[in-house]
Design a protein around this ligand. Structure first.
Ligand code: BES
Ligand code: MN
Ligand code: ZN
Length: 492
């Protein structure tokens, strides 16, 4: 992970500040103010020369004086068109610009960006961090690495929201890292030890179950997927308990699909782009990113973090199409396609968490179906659930954070499509019809009456390059910002 080390807030004025770059913003038709008089003359001529009026997407760059070496004025556009997501995208471009100049630090006029507002301030610092993200861990010669170390923000600025945004964005960056590591380096064991480390640092209880315990624990569905890697890359079920809320308050549960590599198993996938299946643990990366964020921000809430981590490999011991397994809640499953493995893993983790912790609500995150890409492309996460109130909370947080998510129906009729001739249910639906929904209908069998929303992030976990704060390559760290927002709203 390469990103900004520190964002500092100071109440200094803009007069005679020593910096390589001073960044200001201007609303369309607005004026800039507070700048050192000498600089102001230079800026005014530059602005006039460029016929700049503060339009969104426009910027005026100019050299300054001995103290303030460069000045950039970014257009914010029309007042009523400014959104927090737009601010996040803009600040990500600003840190990318500072990196392109090879700067170690720069200065921001917080007043012109409106950073006294808590939401704007949080979005601004999130963008700064996300725009500086790069992943060079496996480059032996790091060509042109990012240089940015710190950002100084001046003026009347909501410092605590700046700090919060920095922590959340670092949680996103951590989730991106986990996704970007290749499957030989990001194994279930490594994921488990990282979760334990974070848990320990914040005094949380963590429990890691090894694949050797799965069968006696009743995790037959999860075991079936893991069995092709036994003795090689052992599967783990990871549970972390965070008790920030009242004693006795039921926890909120976050569950992630952590398939560290999905070859498809015996129902093997075609070779083109199979390397992308290192990202099949991005659901668990979201859970880990949230774990890291919660460990630092410590919201007043009880939370269970749960991850089903395994490979899905073909092997002499791998499960066969046609095998029937029994899940933790006693339901029998006919495995007609070993490539529909995510739902088999989640079946056990969801029913285990539901049984052991009686959560108030559960969210799960999974790169579950290629079909969600057919439905929504890489523009939105697919949402399905069994509770309107919880779904509304998710949608509200989606809106607040700019993380696009869209509900698909989960009517009972879809359950007909997963009925099995030989077992209770089968792990595939009706051919190509509504593949995302039949996958969610399968999961619904394992959550009981607990309010639950499923996030199918197969389209959004890697790939999207827009808005500007998304990475140019690799994993996006999707769902961390949205879900942290939801958790925070639950506290209030
Ligand atoms: N991990 C895949 C889903 C996936 C596909 C994610 C493409 C990202 C991009 C999942 O395990 C899978 O293979 N699903 C199958 C289900 C099918 C066999 C019913 C799919 O979507 O093809
Ligand atoms: Mn699969
Ligand atoms: Zn998968």
């Amino acid at each position: 992970m390469v990103s900004i080390k520190s964002i500092n807030v100071q109440s200094d004025s803009l007069i005679k500040i020593n910096t390589d770059l001073l960044v200001l913003a201007q609303k369309e038709g607005g004026l800039i103010s507070g700048v050192d008089p000498g600089l102001n003359d230079i800026l005014s001529s530059a602005i006039a020369l460029e016929s700049f009026t503060g339009e969104s997407g426009k910027v005026v760059n100019t050299y300054g004086d001995d103290a303030t070496k460069r000045v950039s004025v970014f257009g914010l556009g029309k007042d009523d068109k400014i959104t927090t997501d737009g601010i996040r995208a803009l600040s990500s471009k600003i840190s990318a610009y500072a990196n392109s100049l090879k700067l170690e630090s720069f200065t921001v006029d917080g007043d012109s960006f409106g950073l006294s507002d808590s939401n704007v301030a949080q979005a601004f610092s999130e963008g700064l961090v996300l725009g500086a993200y790069e992943f060079l861990d496996y480059k032996s010669k790091k060509k042109d690495p990012n240089t940015l170390n710190s950002v100084n923000i001046l003026g009347d600025v909501d410092a605590s929201s700046i700090a919060k945004g920095e922590v959340i964005a670092n949680g996103v960056a951590y989730a991106r890292d986990l996704g970007n590591h290749p499957a030989n380096e990001m194994t279930p064991s490594i994921m488990a030890s990282q979760a334990e480390e974070i848990a320990k640092s914040a005094g949380m209880k963590s429990t890691v179950f090894d694949v050797s315990e799965f069968q006696k624990m009743g995790l037959g569905s999860f075991y079936g997927v893991a069995q092709g890697s036994v003795g090689k890359v052992p599967a783990k079920m990871i549970i972390v308990e965070y008790n920030g809320g009242k004693k006795g308050d039921k926890p909120f549960a976050l569950v992630g699909k952590g398939v560290t590599f999905d070859s498809g198993g015996i129902s093997i996938k075609p070779s083109p782009n199979m390397g992308d299946m290192k990202y099949d643990m991005c659901g668990s990366a979201a859970v880990m990113g949230l774990l890291k964020t919660v460990a630092e921000l410590k919201p007043d809430l009880n939370i269970i973090f749960a991850i089903g981590a395994t490979e899905n490999m073909p092997d002499g011991n791998a499960q066969r199409p046609g095998d029937i397994v029994t899940a933790y809640n006693g339901k029998t499953i006919e495995v007609l396609n070993t490539d529909a493995e995510g739902r088999l893993v989640l079946a056990d983790v969801l029913s285990y968490v539901n049984d052991k912790f009686s959560p108030v609500a559960m969210l799960d995150f999974a790169t579950l179906t290629g079909a969600v890409l057919v439905a929504l492309g890489d523009k939105a996460t697919g949402l399905m659930g069994n509770d309107e109130n919880l779904m509304s909370e998710v949608k509200a947080s989606s809106k607040a954070t700019g993380e696009r998510a869209w509900e698909l129906p989960l009517w009972d009729e879809y359950t007909d499509d997963i009925k099995s001739d030989f077992a209770d249910i089968k792990n595939i639906g009706k051919g190509r019809l509504a593949g995302t929904i039949t996958a969610a209908s399968f999961l619904k069998e394992f959550v009981g009456d607990t309010p639950w929303v499923h996030f199918d992030i197969a389209g959004t976990a890697w790939g999207p390059k827009k808005p500007a704060y998304q990475p140019k390559i690799g994993s996006t760290g999707v769902a961390v910002r949205l879900v942290y927002n939801l958790l925070e709203n639950r506290v209030n």
